[in-house]
Design a protein around this ligand. Sequence first.
Ligand code: AMP
Ligand code: TRP
Length: 336
Amino acid sequence: MDKPNKRILSGVQPSGDLHLGNYLGAIKNFVSLQDEYECFFCVVDLHAITVWQDPATLAQKTREVTAAFIASGIDSKKNTLFVQSQVPQHSQLAWAFSCIARMGWLNRMTQFKDKAGKNSENVSVGLYSYPTLMAADILIYLATHVPVGEDQKQHLELTRDIAQKFNNDFKNDLFPIPEPLILGEAKRVMSLRDGTKKMSKSDPSDYSRIMLSDTQDEIIQKIKKAKTDPLPLPDNLVAAKSRPEALNLLTLYAALSDADTETVIRNYAGKHFSQFKKDLGDLASSKLAPISLEINKLMNDKDFLDSIINTGKEKAISVAEPVLKQVYEIIGFLSR
Ligand code: AMP
Ligand code: TRP
């Protein structure tokens, strides 16, 4: 079997509206990597059902994430865009991996602790074992690189541990040890209401996040209302780092304008937030409006989206199946 040396896999959950964190932390980077790598981009619906999803909404959101990939500039011909549940090899490998991963490894996952909170007796088993499925998503394609936001770093480390233990236990070198690619100026986009909390789909406040589906006016209003402190803008990075809300808005400006944060800090040093927020609102709305328009256009062409999803499924299965076959042989399952 050919072993790729520059293959990407990444996934986005169809569990709510996509926000600026998903765009800057993940999707925008996918776009810039597609020329250099062979890419598999996956809508991870199996991950989404680790918490309750309304069935009709799940189907709609699954198409919407696919549309967002394309609208952001991912070429659906060049790359493989597909839906996780349509490629059964992910779940099949995930079972084997749940027998490789150790309880102690999963017990350390901070995302589980955050999501389960005090309710850990009553969350799904899937929410707990989720990182073993994520490892399967990546390794079933023998992916070498995984572009993600910073919040996924620990899951990537677990993926590396699983690959290593599988290779060691069965004395083979099937799986690569995949590298995270945590790129761009906005690796962890924070809530607009609280600079110490991650921007997320599950925050109850709509004003905490900018959605890809927001209108230009909504984007401008949300940035205008974003929490800040009473001081003028900082004049250096060290000072900015002690002011989480200011730093978040500055890194958003940097990421959206493809500049580095220090240059943006220099340009706005000592200025008032009112001017900066106006500029950031204009910048964000001008960058996001064309994407949102294109998503809406694609969502009205269900047949086109479904044909892309279908082609992606065939391509994904043709790569995943031979890897699964080899895993089964290595484990000692009778051949099918
Ligand atoms: P999810 O919506 O949880 O499936 O996340 C999809 C991708 O977006 C993953 O690569 C995440 O790391 C990334 N992501 C989600 N939230 C943020 C955030 N607030 N800042 C940066 N990246 C994020
Ligand atoms: N766990 C990721 C998140 O919540 C989504 C995801 C699932 C993923 N499988 C993946 C990301 C494989 C990268 C590679 O954001």
